[in-house]
Design a protein around this ligand. Structure first.
Ligand SMILES: [Zn+2]
Length: 118
């Protein structure tokens, strides 16, 4: 389950951020993950729970937000969002119907968007 590794990475970043800001208590962490990032939100939540159990983060809330996929057409370069994740790589462009070589502009990332601390 790679969510364990992802989460322990996230916790590391959170700790660093809190140190930087002299915060002692984490209330809420908002994480954005791309629809193409292979992250299973349920697994991420579970990993967070397991890894924060008995730590200073035990009462913190983890919020997960899915970032939609944004592609740039391989032919006309216009931007569009495919109707579903499954069809994303070969989704026909709504402007010119081209299906190949789309560039992924967003939807692959996983990052910490916001921290609420005390
Ligand atoms: Zn196009």
């Amino acid at each position: 389950m790679h969510e364990m590794a992802l989460t322990s990475n996230l916790l590391h970043i959170i700790r660093e951020e809190m140190k930087k800001h002299g915060a002692s208590r984490l209330l809420r962490a908002r994480v954005r993950f791309g629809a193409l990032s292979n992250v299973v939100p349920e697994a991420l939540s579970m990993a967070f729970e397991v890894l924060t159990h008995d730590t200073e983060f035990a009462c913190a809330l983890l919020e997960l937000h899915e970032e939609p996929i944004l592609l740039a057409c391989g032919e006309c370069k216009k931007e569009f969002s495919p109707p579903s994740v499954a069809s994303s790589v070969f989704a026909p462009c709504p402007h010119c119907e081209w299906e190949l070589g789309h560039r992924v502009l967003s939807g692959k990332s996983l990052y910490l968007e916001h921290l609420e601390v005390e």
